[in-house]
Design a protein around this ligand. Structure first.
Ligand code: PEP
Ligand code: MN
Length: 369
């Protein structure tokens, strides 16, 4: 991929994008943008004017007239402005008004037809486009969106990690699944990654810790929703913060460096990393051995004609292992995720062996050990 750096990311770290979830009125947008610009800590303004809402009777944005308000906000603050686009017409309107940055929302990244439509609309322009992760945890869709834009000649790209929809209870509105964002950083080291703690948390109380976590994972920027009066916001009211609260969050952030030229630190880190590598190696060997035992279990079950899944045994394992895990300082949440992954791999091994010609050989594990 041919990627060009976006100017602001060359100059500052972290880049702060802020502004209301939605532009609601000229007054609300200008007062919010002017107040956050005054802090001197915001680099890019944001506001949604076409709002993708899950249900049709919610506020769906003010539409194209909001673009003129955004331009006024830019003129009054000197800051570049960004807006969400979801179809050909949005791109056309936004470019006509010379909006500086476009972003593609999670509900759009998920749909290759929409992304292609946007990419086609952008062909031949020099637009800067931020791409949010898709709602579901599918990195190929996120990657595909970047590729479609890049194929259309868009080289100034940025990724936004806004968390992923999940089943079941969570403190987050959208589960961060940090590993997925880290994998995208690995795939596209030249494309900056911005975290959107507002849509991850859905709640202003958690913004500080999630913002800090993102910076400690070496993210290049943050997108935080702000509103002159969040209590009366027409969308995402619980996660928006006042300009003063935004400033407080930004002031408290600790910006650490990815690397420092410090010999002692580097050799200490090197030593600790070697320890981690050795432990990882041991863990993998043990997991491999565990799978061989699982294969033998598969063969025993095959001979006796019993099913792979034994629900009661699985429940016992979960109970015992989460207790043991806690004693080792491992959270219950991690233990369950870990056990499910190991269990699934074990089932896959058993499945393969039960449907093969393999015969039971109980010496196999002794030989390996
Ligand atoms: C937004 O940024 O206002 C938005 C709609 O976000 P997302 O696409 O992440 O849901
Ligand atoms: Mn929002």
């Amino acid at each position: 991929m041919k990627i060009e750096a976006i100017d602001i990311f060359k100059k500052k770290r972290p880049v702060i994008v802020s502004g209301p979830c939605s532009a609601e009125s000229e007054e609300q947008l200008l007062s919010t943008c002017e107040a956050i610009a005054k802090t001197g800590k915001v680099d890019i303004l944001r506001a949604g004017i076409w709002k993708p809402r899950t249900r049709p009777n919610n506020f769906e944005g003010v539409g194209a007239k909001g673009l003129e308000w955004l331009i006024k906000a830019r003129n009054n603050t000197g800051l570049p402005v960004s807006v969400e686009v979801a179809n050909f017409n949005h791109v056309f309107e936004a470019l006509k008004q010379q909006i500086d940055i476009l972003w593609i929302g999670a509900r759009t990244t998920v749909n290759p037809f929409s992304v292609q439509e946007i990419a086609d609309a952008l062909k031949g322009t020099n637009a800067t486009v931020f791409v949010k992760n898709p709602i579901n945890a599918d990195l190929e869709l996120w990657t595909g969106a970047l590729e479609r834009l890049n194929k259309a000649g868009i080289t100034k790209l940025c990724m936004i990690h806004r968390g992923f929809a999940q089943h079941g209870k969570s403190v987050y509105r959208n589960e961060p699944k940090w590993q997925l964002a880290v994998e995208m950083k690995r795939r596209f080291p030249e494309i900056p990654m911005v975290c959107d703690p507002s849509h991850i948390t859905g709640s202003r109380d958690l913004l500080q810790e999630v913002s800090q976590q993102a910076l400690d994972l070496d993210f290049e920027g943050l997108m935080l929703e702000s509103h002159i009066n969040p209590e009366v916001a027409l969308s995402d009211k619980k996660q928006q913060v006042t300009p003063a609260a935004l400033e407080e969050i930004l002031d408290k952030l600790i910006v650490r460096q990815p690397a420092v030229p410090d010999q002692e630190l580097n050799s200490q880190l090197e030593m600790l990393r070697q320890q981690i590598d050795i432990i990882d190696d041991d863990l993998l060997k043990l997991l491999g051995e565990r799978m061989k035992v699982a294969e033998n279990i598969g063969l025993v079950k095959k001979e006796k004609g019993v099913t792979i899944l034994q629900t009661k045994r699985w429940e016992e394992i979960i109970e015992k292992a989460t207790e043991n895990g806690e004693l080792q300082g491992l959270s219950k949440k991690f233990m369950i995720r870990y056990l499910k992954a190991v269990h699934q791999e074990s089932i896959d091994h058993q499945n393969e062996i039960m449907n093969s010609e393999a015969k039971l050989n109980l010496n196999m594990t002794e030989g390996e050990a």
